[in-house]
Design a protein around this ligand. Sequence first.
Ligand SMILES: Cc1cc2nc3c(=O)[nH]c(=O)nc-3n(C[C@H](O)[C@H](O)[C@H](O)COP(=O)(O)OP(=O)(O)OC[C@H]3O[C@@H](n4cnc5c(N)ncnc54)[C@H](O)[C@@H]3O)c2cc1C
Length: 491
Amino acid sequence: MRRVAIVGGGIAGLATAVHLTDRADSVVGGLEVVVFEAAGRLGGNIRTDHTNGFTIESGPSGYLDNLEAMRRLIERLNLRTDLQRADDTAAKRFLYRSGRLHPLPTGPLGFLGSSVLSLPGRLRVLLEPLARSQPQGLDETVHEFACRRIGIEAAEVLVDAMVSGVFAGDTRRLSLESAFPKMAAMEQAHGGLVRAMISKIYRRRGAKRRARRLSKRGESVEEMMRPGGPAGPGGTLTSFRRGMETLVERLADELGDAIRLRHRVVGIEKSEASRSGFEPAAGPAWRVFTDSGETFEVDGVVVAVPAAAATNLLRGIDRPLGELVAGIVSAPLVVVALGFEESDIGGAPKGFGFLVPRSEGMRSLGCLWDSSIFPGRAPAGKVLLRVMIGGAHDPGAVGLDDETLISVVRRDLSKTMGLAAEPSLTRIYRHPLGIAQYERGHGARLGRIDERLDEWPGLWVVGSSFQGVSMNSCAEIAERQAELTLEFLRS
Ligand SMILES: Cc1cc2nc3c(=O)[nH]c(=O)nc-3n(C[C@H](O)[C@H](O)[C@H](O)COP(=O)(O)OP(=O)(O)OC[C@H]3O[C@@H](n4cnc5c(N)ncnc54)[C@H](O)[C@@H]3O)c2cc1C
């Protein structure tokens, strides 16, 4: 029987474990998977609170339903009927600037008439197709890229706010290529963003015509019409009726006894047999030590914890590897959830919520109007809002006490939404490791990490600190990692 240890019970670790157990039969002699989780619960960043009739996410709101790996995971877990797609009103998004909320335009015409940028700022965006091309060999920051292509005002207002929404990050430090690889690819393939969008519109029109012809002939066009498919919608924010933790609960159900909660891994080492040059078949190659004093002998170890936690484990095996991983920083983040009586705030806000560019000098990064995005998240007559605070620009926010956080957030909500009412519910969720920041050089760093890992067959690092910060990326990485692990075990 071969054995694989997964260190970390977040989505990346759990999904890898499920894919591996599904294919355990393909390993001669069988495969046992063990998931070690330091906390008393699974899910890492993903956690849903059910309190006083509210359904509150402590971390992620949902995922975009346009990625095949996530769709396959949902199907595999039989979760299709539990899905909850964002309400249509969530298409309305706002940005706070110069004392008021501006609706974000959804198309080119709307953009021209929008008040979100000054007239010169909007005209500069229109010059995007004429922008100079990317300097060769430079891992551009998001800010450099945005200034070059759409001008400084759009960079400091629109792009800065978007980056707050995804990474809670600093545009001047994040690498475009690593943090927004699709955008980098659009420029490379089409020579610019506008050209890429025009080409996409033409491709979709063609695909829609093809889909109509095929469906008239009675042929199935499901694959073409799926979200993210050539003729389908681009992707919708999706969660589950009982919140994102549903996904974690189902992954845990599948894994059953394979999970060891309250088992913090404190050390990993190559076992004596393989160190002294025996073939791996002579015995398990790795030893995993937990804080409970137990030692587990395994053939492979998938480290699926944030970089800060992985560093300590990897330094003991290979110091340069540990140092490389230590260089991946993260931005702490706090989520402040507030429940209000609808009648106290002049009615429920309708839309996705708003973001605040850092140039506005406001501490809150933005606010999600959760009960509008996902109806049912607040009891009838009540409203649920979640404000994000902290991030790369304000890492100290995670250390503020509850009272200060609530007063900062209420002051910001008063300025932005005119909310003066006392909330009927407040909950605070601190994420000290928050969101990984793919800073300039992240791609090269990953390359060097892979080179070091090549020296240690049977050891891998996966998860949001490395290959993609979204849950979608974690689902994709998990599929790939399971495949790599099985290949290794079979070889
Ligand atoms: C506030 C917030 C909002 C977000 N919103 C979204 C969103 O809307 N959509 C989206 O797609 N993504 C979002 N994300 C990102 C998303 O949550 C992450 O990409 C994803 O959950 C990361 O999963 P992971 O498995 O890589 O790591 P984690 O969730 O960090 O899991 C790692 C696990 O490892 C455990 N661990 C750590 N050290 C050890 C050890 N030594 N031994 C054993 N176990 C250990 C931890 O306890 C944890 O359970 C958000 C993140 C945050 C913080």
